[in-house]
Design a binder for this molecule. Structure first.
Ligand SMILES: Cc1cc2nc3c(=O)[nH]c(=O)nc-3n(C[C@H](O)[C@H](O)[C@H](O)COP(=O)(O)OP(=O)(O)OC[C@H]3O[C@@H](n4cnc5c(N)ncnc54)[C@H](O)[C@@H]3O)c2cc1C
Length: 456
């Protein structure tokens, strides 16, 4: 299967990218793991679910559905759903993608747009591996993608804008959210500066807070879940006040009975395919793909848009997608509306200032490591406990990610470090006093998705 441009991801960035490239005259293939377009933010219910108002739990639904309609109506676009890209290869004049799922085979194109999004970052704590502890994204996926509530008595905890957004979704879906806990305190938000109150975003946040107020759900800054317990599944959480560095304030521990816990500590961009293609990543172990003003990566004819380039929200993802789509079509020799692209670039740059302020308001502090006990699992796939990681650093002398991986098996399992990677880098950084030189090593995966041996 061939096209001028191939887009991986049909979320808020990927759909506008495909539409912009096709409007400029390019033939486009969009590949997405999900059965319906929308990505994480506009995740849709399965086709055979009947609902009165499919947009009830969504923001920006009208614009999103206009994009979905154009995927179908524009005969230059082909949307391949339910299909995962597991390997990307590049030659000087084309990119070849190997896919599995509904479409097993290869897709070739002159230009590639990576719009693979991000996954929430989760920090370990004692009991985080109990059934009933899930990410806020998983909770959103259950509610928006299946119409199922994750529990009846739920605590939402972590840091970042997702907390409010997902707590509001849960409340609107009829879940009792007992508390929302943000490990960062109000001082961090104040220090982030006025841009964090960008007009559109302030209105969005006010809407979420209104939902919480209506359901009498308290929002508690500078507090965190430091442990979860239960017999076979989560039944109770220990909550504590934390200081600016997230160390527990003595004497503040309390317990709450729950049947589900939703956690998220910001995002980790899904950079596996980009890293395997050789695209430069930002330094530091929680990496994003480096792009220029036209969303070009450091690899010729490979573009990136949306959360994979840094976390900035769905509106910025859509702008970046439109710019990337036009730039990719341009690279394939099609005519693009340059004045429109310049306007989109300017709007994106303005919106990025809000994103940068948001990043400053929601840092991850190293004090989370003091919540852990020796037997806390750090790498869930390979069941590696904290004591093993610490002894590899202190006794076996592991000073970089590679040697830590070799001595402990952290990051060698099913998720290939998507979950434990940034936490392992943080543990090494605190123990050795420096960010390891190979901090981004865990992000690069030649085989991006699990695939059957028969398909290799
Ligand atoms: C729980 C949650 C709540 C959020 N709430 C808000 C909010 O209230 N306001 C806001 O502005 N933003 C919110 N966001 C962020 C918002 O979801 C993102 O800004 C937006 O979805 C980013 O769009 P994207 O296209 O970059 O990535 P995504 O929406 O993540 O889309 C990426 C797509 O790529 C596909 N994909 C990835 N890898 C592959 C592969 N190898 N093969 C095939 N397909 C692949 C995925 O299936 C997915 O559909 C939220 C995010 C989460 C997780």
């Amino acid at each position: 299967m061939d096209a001028d441009v191939v887009v991986i991801g049909a979320g808020p960035a990927g759909v506008p990218a495909a539409v912009a490239a096709a409007r400029a005259g390019a033939t486009v293939i969009v590949i997405d793991a999900a059965d319906r377009p929308g990505g994480q933010y506009h995740r849709q219910l399965p086709h055979d679910f009947e609902v009165e108002d499919a947009g009830a739990l969504h923001h920006g639904w009208r614009d999103a559905t206009a994009g979905f309609d154009e995927l179908v109506a524009n005969d230059r676009i082909r949307h391949i759903a339910g299909t995962r890209v597991w390997l990307a290869e590049r030659s000087p004049d084309r990119v070849t993608l190997h896919t599995t799922g509904a479409h097993r085979g290869t897709v070739r194109a002159q230009a590639l747009i990576l719009a693979t999004g991000a996954a929430e970052r989760v920090l370990p704590f004692p009991g985080w591996d109990l059934p009933g502890v899930l990410t806020v994204g998983a909770a959103q996926a259950l509610v928006k993608g299946q119409g199922v509530r994750p529990g009846h008595r739920v605590v939402v905890a972590g840091t970042g804008p997702l907390l409010l957004a997902s707590a509001s979704t849960l409340v609107r879906a009829g879940t009792q959210v007992l508390e929302v806990l943000d490990a960062n305190g109000p001082g961090t938000w104040r220090a982030a500066g006025p841009r964090v109150l960008a007009p559109g975003k302030a209105v969005e946040a006010a809407g979420y807070l209104r939902d919480l107020a209506r359901s009498r759900t308290p929002y508690r800054p500078a507090q965190a879940i430091i442990a979860a317990t239960g017999d076979g599944r989560v039944e109770s959480v220990t909550i504590a006040a934390v200081d600016r560095d997230w160390h527990v304030v003595d004497g503040t521990q309390r317990h709450l009975d729950v049947d589900a816990v939703c956690v998220a500590y910001g995002f980790s961009p899904n950079v596996g395919i980009a890293a395997a293609l050789g695209c430069d990543l930002t330094p530091g172990g929680g990496p994003a793909v480096v792009v220029d003003r036209l969303q070009r990566t450091t690899v010729p004819r490979v573009f990136a848009a949306g959360e994979i380039t840094g976390v900035a929200g769905a509106d910025v993802a859509a702008l970046e997608g439109a710019v990337a789509g036009a730039a990719a079509a341009d690279a394939c020799g099609h005519d693009v509306d340059r004045a429109l692209v310049r306007r989109q670039v300017r709007r994106r740059e303005k919106a990025q200032r809000f994103a940068a302020a948001l990043q400053r308001a929601t840092p991850i502090r190293h004090g989370w490591q003091s919540w852990l006990t020796d037997d806390t699992v750090v790498c869930r796939c390979e069941e590696v406990e904290l004591a093993t990681v610490r002894s590899a650093i202190a006794e076996a002398g592991a000073r970089d990610v590679r040697s830590l991986k070799m001595t402990t098996r952290c990051g060698m399992g099913w998720c290939q470090a998507a979950i434990c990677g940034p936490n392992v880098v943080d543990l090494l950084t605190v123990a050795t006093g420096a960010i390891p030189d190979d901090a981004n090593r865990l992000a690069a995966r030649s085989i991006a998705e699990p695939v059957a041996l028969s398909e290799l």
